[in-house]
Ligand binder design. Structure first.
Ligand code: PLP
Length: 387
């Protein structure tokens, strides 16, 4: 049996895969099992920050792999200490908890917010306000945080203590805060799975204002927007405020599993021994990858992200068959005249890997994608959208 059939036979049916089996890649180019070449504008959903098998990243990861691969959190180990220090220095957070995925980073954010409300404010059953159309993960609790009914159905009952308000609607935000007295508000700077919808400046200002007035924790889910994706190290930095908790994952280790929950001043001491933990959390190989990635996301790299954003927007914005472009940096959603799923299929046929988000075509290229490869892929997308 070939791998497509074996996959269908043995792997749980949660994924609707394209008929492509990737066997190797370098930078922003990869090859399938038939030897066909693709330019990758998806990076495994914002994970391969510097593309496939980036030389410096491979070197950093391999070096650690040859020292030790895991120790457990009963002992000290340098890679995660180094990474936490770098994150603290770059964001101003005071402490970091490491896990292995976005959902886990958000679980930790939720536990931190709840424990702070309970410890400091004596609130027995704190409420967390999130946004309609958000996406925070697939565990039962992060599904509860996700403000989209389509993800909830078939998995009830979910965890209690979440309520939702509409993104970019300031009046609804004030009403929800009055009505539910939330202990924390959790949101994405750009709703990724929700269709690449950025929060507007006025709404973020209102969020910051109301959380300050009412002493509510600001929790930013930067699982997708983090690690240079939006043109700043973290998406919230585009808006110039200081959050209380930031979760990140996807691109942090450049292709290895990791999650990080950054705890700022207010909540820095909320966790005490045994109050939270993770067997794999802070894995030395993933952490070594992340140290390499974060150390390379500097001003020059971020200017490159902004330049690539401009090239994409300028090339596509008035193109035939394209209605609008949303997003920030290298996290972009394209509203097309034809169904996004048809565009994605035809792009794959023509050797370009792109994604969808709701009804849009979504682009999440490597932060350092070579300009000639980017331009070549954009010409193909343009052709396909104009068909
Ligand atoms: C992908 C994503 C998650 C979930 O991350 P996993 O690593 O799949 O658990 C959570 N929040 C946001 C904003 C995401 O984009």
């Amino acid at each position: 049996m070939n791998n497509f059939l074996l996959d269908k036979e043995y792997i749980a049916g949660t994924y609707n895969r394209f008929p492509v089996e990737i066997v190797r890649g370098k930078g922003s180019v990869c090859f399938d099992s038939n030897g066909k070449k693709y330019i990758d504008l998806g990076t495994g959903i914002a994970v391969n920050t510097f593309g496939f098998c980036d030389d410096l990243w491979v070197e950093a990861v391999t070096k650690q792999l040859n020292l030790f691969q895991h120790t457990s959190n009963l002992y000290y180990s340098e890679p995660c200490i180094k990474l936490a220090g770098m994150l603290a220095e770059r964001t101003g957070c005071k402490k970091v908890f490491f896990s292995n995925s976005g959902a886990e980073a958000n679980e930790c954010a939720i536990k931190a917010a709840r424990k702070y409300a309970t410890d400091v404010k004596g609130i027995k059953e704190p409420v967390i306000l999130t946004l309609v159309n958000s996406f925070h993960g697939r565990t039962i609790t992060t599904l509860a945080a996700t403000g989209q009914e389509i993800f909830h159905k078939d998995f009830l009952p979910l965890t209690d203590g979440f309520t939702y308000t509409v993104a970019n609607d300031i009046e609804a935000l004030y009403e929800s805060v009055e009505k539910y007295c939330p202990s924390a508000i959790m949101f994405e700077i750009v709703q990724g799975e929700g269709g690449v919808v950025p929060l507007n400046k006025e709404f973020v200002e209102a969020l910051v204002k109301v959380t300050k007035e009412k002493d509510i924790l600001l929790v930013v889910d930067e699982v997708q927007t983090g690690n240079g994706r939006t043109g700043e190290l973290y998406g919230y930095m585009n808006y110039g405020f200081t959050p209380d908790i930031v979760s990140t994952a996807k691109g942090l280790a450049g292709g290895l599993p990791i999650g990080a929950t950054m705890l700022f001043e207010k909540v820095k001491d909320v966790f005490t021994p045994s109050s939270h933990g993770s067997t794999f959390g802070g894995n030395p190989v993933s952490s070594a990858g992340a140290v390499n990635i974060i150390s390379r996301i500097d001003e020059v790299l971020l200017d490159g992200v902004k330049l690539r954003n401009k090239i994409i927007v300028d090339t596509l914005k008035d193109a035939e068959g394209i209605k609008s472009i949303s997003g920030m940096g290298l996290m972009l959603g394209i509203e097309t005249e034809k169904p996004a799923s048809d565009i994605v299929k035809e792009c794959i046929n023509r050797g370009v890997l792109v994604l969808t988000a709701k009804t849009k075509v979504r682009l999440l290229p490597a932060l350092n994608i070579p300009l000639d490869e980017l331009k070549e892929a954009l010409e193909i997308i343009k052709e396909v959208c104009a068909l």
